[in-house]
Design a protein around this ligand. Structure first.
Ligand code: PRP
Ligand code: ORO
Length: 199
């Protein structure tokens, strides 16, 4: 599987999806010298195929019985569809808030009562994953697991553990930077930050 992971990293780099050295404000409010723009993988046929394959493998590693794969809006919506396609199951997505028109749903595309796996591109603190879990549970779904492509090791695994949600990640940020370094990327501006991560 290392080859698939190497391909994923190469595709991310070629798509300009790894930024190191700037100042990036994250969803959690933290400012980081590193930014993973996994959305760029959507523009790469090979990158999105390999990411979907690795995510699907992570879903299988959960060992859960599930009916559907559900992406977290917005970055995770496409992954939900692509992974569900690999696994041959239903797909949908979770909104951050319900619309105030139409059906006013938080979870779209999937029948209530389904056993779902939540998928996202990046997890940092796990806040977005936890919000999606809570929204889905409050809407009548059974969340049987969560998977992400990149885990930035700032608490997502611990948060999923506390919430009792089985969780898998394709790659940690530490692995990503190590592969990137081997491919010639200067990661020195990220090193202090990575030293303090929980992975
Ligand atoms: O683990 P957390 O600390 O919650 O951070 C991770 C979240 O941040 C990103 O989404 P963002 O809020 O940038 O929105 P987007 O998906 O609409 O791009 C990412 O796609 C995750 O959903
Ligand atoms: O935590 C975030 O908001 C975040 C980090 C990151 O590297 N990439 C991303 O899309 N979001």
């Amino acid at each position: 599987m290392t080859n698939a992971k190497l391909t994923l990293v190469r595709e991310l780099l070629e798509a300009g999806g790894l930024r190191i050295g700037g100042e990036y404000r994250l969803r959690s409010g933290t400012v980081s010298r590193i930014y993973i723009d996994a959305r760029r993988l959507y523009s790469r046929p090979l990158g999105r195929r390999v990411a979907a394959f690795l995510l699907a493998r992570s879903v299988e590693e959960l060992g859960a019985t599930y009916d559907a794969v559900v992406g977290v809006a917005t970055g995770g919506i496409g992954w939900g569809v692509l992974v569900a396609e690999v696994l041959g199951v239903a797909s949908g997505y979770v909104r951050p808030e319900p619309k105030d028109h139409g059906l006013r749903r938080l979870v779209e595309g999937v029948e209530e009562g389904s056993r779902i796996v939540i998928v996202d591109d990046v997890a940092t603190t796990g806040g977005a994953l936890l919000d999606a879990v809570r929204a889905a549970e409050a809407s009548g779904y059974r969340v049987v697991g969560a998977v992400v492509i990149f885990d930035r090791c700032m608490g997502a695994a611990e948060r999923m553990d506390e919430a009792g949600i089985p969780y898998k990640r394709v790659m940690t940020i530490r692995e990503l930077l190590s592969f990137a370094r081997d491919m010639g990327v200067d990661t020195s501006a990220a090193e202090d930050e990575v030293a303090n991560l929980r992975c």
